[in-house]
Design a binder for this molecule. Structure first.
Ligand code: PLP
Length: 365
């Protein structure tokens, strides 16, 4: 069997360091807001090239808290609109709603990414921010977005939950927007052993506001200046992440190597490899193949012992919680109809990748 993402086996390759770090946290007897979190925040901000990093409870909270901080800082009202791509994980838009604003869904391009041109199509006089998502591990063109956002007086955030370590131009994601949100959900390229997230920024006031909002809106103990949340990266997860961060680039390179095997050996007119075979501009959180007979390909590969998944079967505007019937996002909907995710991980072998290619090449109608 070729598993989609064997998390236990992946984390086994970091042993015994994970167990040793966990034991230290247990023995220190200090489980929140301690030295493990501080150490990880420092190394992660250095890694992405941002001045500040605030560890939070998960990726949804990282996005929500970023938006709450911006809303306060800029005195936005509840009619503020935030542009998000229609093809992304639901959290990108749920964060906008939780922060008391309105998500506006834009179409995506042939790489499933938002572009300034597509954002422009849904721009309104109420647009206050835009959130490009580095979907599947490929960074959106953040230089182009920075210029566009500047010109339109719109704040640029980034949802970097799928792209730890990726570059947009010369910068790592996490340092290419006013505020950046990360998730350390176990299956991400940098994954904790539970929930975790982070906000990175160069803006001291935003970093401070996020930390305050994430701690019940308290500026000091038992003194609450704003309605906040309880959302913290805990010491155990921070310690796990500090063990895993030093190997992130190497893990991403392995993913790119697997992607290059896919790009070279998949040869079937019924499927389309991503990025026209380019395998250096993504960290391949997901390997997004496209096939108009997606369900049948999934069943066929399943019968050969190869697990696949789909990211995502519905666009956000097709979700019951949003159900916006007047939304025109044909490319996003095409992705939702045809996308199928192949196995890819830091421990997948060349042999497993070749077996997968061979099976895909045997697929016919
Ligand atoms: C995983 C993910 C999130 C949410 O992260 P959680 O830690 O699961 O809350 C947000 N956006 C994108 C694009 C994601 O893939």
């Amino acid at each position: 069997m070729i598993p989609f993402l064997p998390l236990g086996a992946i984390n086994e390759t970091y042993q015994p360091a994970l167990s040793e770090a966990a034991l230290q946290v247990i023995q220190r007897g200090w489980y929140l807001q301690g030295e493990a979190t501080k150490t990880f925040e420092q190394s992660f901000s250095r890694f992405v090239g941002a001045r500040y990093c605030v560890g939070v409870g998960n990726g949804l909270d990282a996005l929500t808290l970023s938006l709450m901080a911006l809303k306060l800082q800029n005195h936005w009202g509840d009619d503020a609109e935030v542009i998000v791509p229609d093809m992304t994980f639901v959290a990108t838009a749920q964060a906008v709603v939780r922060a008391g604003m309105i998500p506006i869904f834009a179409d995506v391009d042939d790489d499933a990414l938002l572009t300034p041109c597509l954002a422009e199509q849904v721009l309104s006089s109420n647009t206050r921010a835009v959130i490009p998502v580095h979907l599947y591990g490929k960074a959106a063109d953040m230089d182009a977005f920075a210029a566009w956002a500047d010109e339109r007086h719109v704040i640029l955030l980034e949802d970097a939950a799928q792209a730890h370590g990726a570059f947009s131009g010369k910068k790592r994601v996490g340092s290419t927007a006013k505020v950046s949100a990360f998730s350390f959900y176990p299956g991400k390229n940098l994954g904790a052993l539970g929930d975790g997230g982070a906000v990175t920024t160069d803006d001291e006031d935003i970093a401070h506001a996020v930390r305050t909002l994430a701690n019940y809106g308290a500026d000091r103990k038992y003194h609450h200046i704003v309605q906040g949340l309880n959302s913290r990266l805990d010491e155990m997860q921070a310690a796990m992440l500090s063990v895993k961060l030093p190997r992130l680039d190497q893990d991403n390179q392995h993913r790119q190597h697997i992607a290059s095997i896919y790009a070279q050996h998949i040869d079937n007119p019924l499927v389309k490899v991503p990025y026209q075979g380019d395998t250096v501009h993504s960290v391949f959180h997901i390997y997004p193949l496209r096939c108009s007979e997606r369900e049948r390909l999934h069943e066929f590969l399943q019968s050969k012992g190869i697990q696949t998944s789909c990211h995502y079967p519905l666009t956000l505007s097709q979700q019951p919680i949003f159900e916006t019937s007047d939304c025109r996002t044909p490319h996003a909907r095409e992705w939702a109809r045809t996308q199928i995710s192949l196995p890819i991980s830091p421990i997948m072998t060349e042999e497993e990748a070749l077996i997968t290619c061979e099976a895909i090449n045997q697929f016919n109608l």
